[in-house]
Design a protein around this ligand. Structure first.
Ligand code: AMP
Length: 181
């Protein structure tokens, strides 16, 4: 089920732009003003629940850290498990990691080796708040496939379409974004 234009606008208007954060030239999309807006947050979560309840998913995987907020709430609504994909050095048990390039330098994301309880082909939806260059989501998608899960779809609240990050991620799974910018 797709969102009405009115509900899209409600969600879009609830997200605040912060100029020059974390550095000059970046327009940071601040979703804290969506989360504290009970109408916008509920409309978004109702939409995600409606979309994914027919996917027969086993897990939702959220990307550190805003992907945890939407991912954990969605997993609970769907009655399934939640798995965090974290920045390097945060997960305590044995992990698999994937390095990716940033504008300057590198970063790494990790997942627990047994994140999907060693169930092969577990059906997983990956989620994050925003896709920009796609570097983070691309690395996270590789991790999910490395631990032998079936990455069914990748979902973003916001897609900065002009950066074409979605094209990188589509090599792994279909991409769905609630709002394209
Ligand atoms: P990327 O790897 O370039 O696709 O960047 C995606 C990650 O960085 C996501 O986890 C986002 O939360 C964060 N991010 C990148 N650009 C922005 C932005 N303009 N506003 C808010 N978050 C951003």
């Amino acid at each position: 089920m797709s969102l009405t234009a009115e509900n899209k606008k409600l969600i879009f208007d609830s997200i605040r732009d912060i100029n020059d954060f974390p550095k000059e030239g970046i327009v940071f999309k601040d979703i804290t003003t969506l989360l504290n807006n009970k109408e916008a947050y509920q409309v978004l979560m109702n939409h995600l629940e409606e979309r994914y309840k027919t996917y027969d998913l086993d897990y939702v995987a959220g990307i550190d850290s805003r992907g945890f907020i939407f991912g954990a709430a969605l997993a609970d609504r769907l009655g399934i498990g939640f798995v965090p994909v974290r920045k390097k050095g945060k997960l305590p048990a044995t992990t698999v990691c994937e390095k990716y390039e940033l504008e300057y330098g590198f970063d790494e994301v990790e997942i627990h080796l047994d994140a999907f309880c060693n169930k092969e082909n577990a059906k997983v939806l990956m989620i994050d708040d925003l896709i920009a260059t796609g570097g983070t989501a691309n690395a996270a998608a590789k991790l999910i496939k490395n631990v032998k899960a079936d990455l069914v779809e990748v979902c973003f609240l916001l897609n900065l379409k002009f950066l074409e990050g979605d094209k990188r991620v589509e090599e792994h799974a279909p991409v769905y974004s609630v709002l394209d910018i």
